[in-house]
Design a protein around this ligand. Structure first.
Ligand SMILES: C[S@@+](CC[C@H](N)C(=O)[O-])C[C@H]1O[C@@H](n2cnc3c(N)ncnc32)[C@H](O)[C@@H]1O
Length: 227
């Protein structure tokens, strides 16, 4: 696979989900004209979809290389807050994995990045996510989409759970704590980004640090937890 092709709508979602794809001009527009103008207008019309496609692909390849060692053939994978699903496409391409997604189906009108106590912030569109997966060779019978806000979550055990820059980065881990208890086996691995890795050493027997983000406003670590 050489690249992803994002149309304008998908490129907008990618920019909203990954602010680093937006570039300095768009970030300045956000500062000057505010969050509403950025979320609704600038992130859609002041972008170059083909450049974002390339950069998004590159970013997802990098993420994939960081977590790949935790994936095995026939793993049952859950992705919480996948965004448009580039990482999951790369996983499916190589491992033909079945992946279950829990995401949200709306874009906040004034996106506020960082910690969201009320868990209201979302930037996705499940129809576009589905189209993107299928257009990139992800077979329909190999994935399932769950809308977090509909209140029904998949009820089965997963081998690997991935939540990049979503769980405990944007919203409280506690929101999913009892659910994760239900769907994880002792040997299951949960990978996510957090600003408080030490907190998780008390919850899980094994916590491995995979990546450190020190140059961002929210200094975070990506951890792989099990047991
Ligand atoms: C910063 S984006 C990260 C997207 C993707 N994981 C990535 O690394 O590019 C966070 C994602 O979490 C989703 N989200 C927000 N609240 C959520 C919740 N309670 N459950 C699942 N996903 C959620 C948002 O819609 C958004 O797509």
């Amino acid at each position: 696979m050489q690249d992803f092709k994002l149309n304008r709508e998908l490129a907008q979602l990618a920019v909203l989900q990954r602010i680093e794809l937006s570039g300095p001009i768009l970030r300045r527009i956000r500062k000057t004209f505010g969050r509403y103008f950025f979320s609704m207008i600038a992130s859609k019309y002041f972008i170059n979809p083909s450049r974002i496609s390339k950069n998004y692909f590159y970013l997802m390849e990098k993420e994939y290389s960081i977590i790949k060692k935790y994936i095995q053939l026939n793993n049952n994978i859950l992705s919480i807050g996948s965004g448009i699903g580039g990482l999951e496409i790369l996983i499916n391409k190589e491992f033909n994995s079945h992946i279950t997604f829990i995401e949200r189906d709306y874009v906040s009108k004034k996106i506020r990045y960082g910690w969201d106590k009320t868990n209201k912030e979302a930037y996705n569109n499940l129809k576009l996510l589905e189209i993107f997966l299928e257009n990139n060779g992800f077979k329909k019978n190999n994935f399932e989409l769950y809308d977090y806000d509909k209140g029904i979550l998949p009820n089965r055990k997963f081998d690997l759970i991935i939540s990049l820059y979503s769980l405990d980065y944007h919203y409280e881990f506690n929101l999913y704590k009892s659910y994760l208890n239900k769907v994880m086996k002792p040997e299951s691995v949960l990978i996510f980004d957090t600003v408080r890795p030490d907190y998780f050493s008390d919850i899980f027997k094994k916590v491995e640090i995979l990546k450190e983000d020190n140059n961002t406003v929210h200094k975070s670590k990506r951890i792989a937890c099990s047991n």
